[in-house]
Design a protein around this ligand. Sequence first.
Ligand SMILES: [Zn+2]
Length: 417
Amino acid sequence: MSALLNPKRTVAELKELRALTGDDNGAQRVAFTKMWVTTRAWLRKKLEGLPVEIHTDAAGNLWATLRGESDREVLIGGHMDSVPNGGWLDGCLNVLAGVEIFRRINAQYSGKPPVTVRLVDWADEEGARFGKSLFGSSACSGNLDMNEARGLKDKDGIRLPDALKEVGVDFEHVKDSGAELKKAAAYLELHIEQGPVLLDLDLPLGAVLGTFGVERHAITFRGQAAHSGSTPMNRRKDAFLAAAKMSPEIYRIAERSGGGVCTIGSCTTKPGIVTSVVEECRITLDQRHLDAPALARMFEEAKAASEKFAQEGNVKVSWERLWQIAPRPFNDELIALCDESIRETCGQVHRLPSGPLHDAAEVAAAGVPTVMMFVQSLHGISHNKIEDTREEHLELCVAAFDKLVEKTMKWIKEKTA
Ligand SMILES: [Zn+2]
């Protein structure tokens, strides 16, 4: 580890942030609120003393730039916002690791690194208030659906454009933030895993292969309501029976898919009374995979199974797409550099996909070579005040991520030489 890097300071600053912006229920840094503004002012203070230029872009993302010999840029991205009652590490770990890495680079290169280094604090990654995740990064990537976003309201009826105005952002121009990515040569994001994979393998760090693609559907089976006493079992058109057969089936589909996951997250029945055969049963299915053809196959298999079960039970079935996003595989060369950085720091590495979406998915979609590094989560849980990571693992991840930034600077330099 570089003698100029002090990962213990990052852990201390994370605790300082927790004391400033959390309460007994957890972190309270919801985007576009007073506490979020306080958080950002605190972050700016942390950057004071470094020769960085700081500005907020058209979408409210905060950028700190340390100019290098080359104007090609390595971006380090994270988010200071949290869900209400959130954990102390989600998002801000990355930003504060970035601040420490800035200090190391500034000291090592006397304020002039080989390439330009930028830290970005994305605005409203969580979407906790308006129900739409990745606001700042999707505005920047150009993928934000303006019509949908214009109509979003919080639980008090405040519109997103009005909430943005409060913090000095003009909604109609948020996509101008795309200009920030013009010289980006690589994007790096460190994050807590938020799942149990590294914990179960007893490994501190992992290299992330990309974010899952998602197919999300509502499936409705329609049969016939009938008296529960007078209708013989062989005369029933039981919508629930057909829907229920989907439950074990999606486990088989996921098993066959090589790394995908499927979830039936809700089930509602009509008429929904104890004395009637179910006339209508609506379930939701969420399917995720890193590989686009495999995801398409999982979807087709689920559809075929539903039709088979409908036919067997003499009921009808219909599908409605609720949401969909393509998988976002990360850059192979950067994944290899991430592997190397982890191996040099703690010996062993594991490659894994990301189930949750992250800002990195948006930056990758904008065509910037991207990779993420995960650090183990205790309890395999996040978006909860019990979210935690061992301090020694936090220190390791800052050291490994610092190596990745250094290797990426060299990689950019070689590519542009
Ligand atoms: Zn996050």
